[in-house]
Design a protein around this ligand. Structure first.
Ligand code: ATP
Length: 403
């Protein structure tokens, strides 16, 4: 287990606001993590686990983390462009209507450069998608190296809406195994997966839906089908419960975010994303040519007065870059300390994971080829490879596949 780094007041010495005060009392990555004993019915959806500040402090802190997110995203992008980097990050956002998925995308993804983002929303499958295995459209939407991908809904709809509405005759345990194998393969390919389930209370959902009806500027967000979905509240909660405990793995864990307070959900997801990016320990790429050689070549094309100007600004920039690099390193250290990541790659807390999949038990990329979507059973090739069902190995302790 990782050693947490505590300050003299007993709190982890991280997550500071601009004044240096500690705002995250405890790592939200630990507090919100889904382990095998997770119980959705006891979740206080108005709670703000780990956060000691108010809503204004949360918004300010999120913006501050935004600077770090944006630099880490640029490094990720640069590594893929110029450093042969193969890493990427995928944020999977799930939640019922009004849970705040759109707000997360605006307020968290909005902190980053759109050029480095790959956003994909998953609605009801199209006719073409229905002709394929349900993971077909997901696989095609995965972030390429250097990108931060965001899924607004995801393959998890295929164990939620499909289950609640009996849209397919599916062996759910097999489907969970298949999803776990799929995600393992994605993680092994260099992608860090961050999965967040936003959970509003039934009361809050009612209020948010009513507001959409009361306000002409929000009418467009209302869908009459939302009331039908709401009438199946208990069924959805049950489907979420079983989905969460069966697909929270050490390499792609679920975090459940109490979402009655939008500001909390946003700052918590920002922190989880910052932790994922910080875990990559991204540096700027080194280039395959000699900087001094290229400088000499360029200088030969410039007049002496401009060269003097260039030398002056180089001196100032070198200082600024040095300061920014040091500040970045401090911020990354802070995020990692809060996440209590230890040198061995292990981390707190002591979570005995649910069903896990063996390393060799991966789904062949082509195995899903022609299987039908939501209605489809796991692809025969994938089943054959897994011996008909996911092979299990001993349950692990540890936190995530972030290292
Ligand atoms: P949202 O409710 O997410 O804001 P929206 O109302 O604009 O989105 P869409 O994005 O077009 O609607 O589609 C979302 C709907 O598609 C949700 O009701 C979701 O349950 C449904 N959906 C997503 N994936 C599937 C699936 N595999 N099978 C059936 N329905 C699905």
């Amino acid at each position: 287990m990782a050693t947490s780094k505590n300050s003299s007041n007993g709190r982890k010495n991280s997550g500071k606001d601009g004044s240096g005060a500690t705002i995250w009392a405890t790592d939200p990555g630990d507090l919100l993590l889904v382990g095998p004993t997770f119980d959705l019915s006891s979740l206080d959806r108005a709670a703000t686990p780990g956060w000691t500040g108010d809503d204004d402090a949360a918004d300010a802190f999120r913006l501050q983390r935004g600077e770090l997110l944006s630099e880490m995203q640029e490094r990720l992008f640069a590594q893929a462009r110029a450093g042969g980097g193969t890493r990427s990050v995928l944020l999977v956002v799930q939640g019922l209507d009004t849970a705040g998925k759109g707000g997360i995308i605006r307020h968290v993804a909005g902190l980053m450069d759109p050029q480095g983002l790959a956003l994909r929303s998953f609605g009801a499958p199209t006719a073409e998608e229905l002709r394929h295995h349900y993971l077909w459209r997901v696989r095609r939407s995965l972030p390429t190296p250097g990108k931060v991908g965001i899924f607004d809904r995801s393959h998890y709809e295929d164990v939620l809406v499909v289950r609640v509405n009996h849209l397919a005759d599916v062996d759910w345990d097999k489907r969970f195994d298949e999803i776990n194998r799929f995600e393992k393969q994605v993680v092994d390919g260099g992608t860090v997966i961050v999965k967040v389930a936003l959970m509003v209370s039934r009361e809050e959902q009612g209020l948010r839906l009513m507001e959409r009806l009361d306000r002409p500027d929000k009418n467009w967000k209302f869908n009459p089908g939302d009331v039908d979905t709401r009438s199946k509240w208990d069924d959805y909660q049950a489907a979420y419960q079983v989905m969460l405990v069966n697909t929270s793995t050490h390499y792609a864990p679920w975090h459940v975010i109490p979402a009655d307070n939008k500001w909390y959900a946003r700052v918590a997801v920002t922190e989880l994303l910052a932790q994922a990016l910080a875990s990559l320990e991204l540096t700027w790429p080194t280039v395959p040519w000699q900087v001094e050689d290229q400088k000499r070549r360029l200088a030969a094309t410039m007049d002496p007065a401009t060269l003097v100007k260039a030398a002056e600004s180089a001196a100032t920039e070198a200082e600024e870059v040095h300061e920014e690099t040091a500040a970045h390193a401090d911020d990354v250290r802070e995020v990692n300390e809060l996440a209590a990541v230890d040198a061995n790659g292990g981390a707190s807390p002591e979570v005995a994971w649910g069903d896990d999949v063996a390393q060799e038990d991966t789904v062949a990329a082509t195995a899903e080829g022609d299987q039908p979507a939501s209605g489809g059973q796991p692809a025969p090739a994938a089943e054959a490879q897994s011996g008909g069902k996911g092979k299990k190995k001993d349950r692990k302790k540890g936190k995530s596949g972030k290292k």
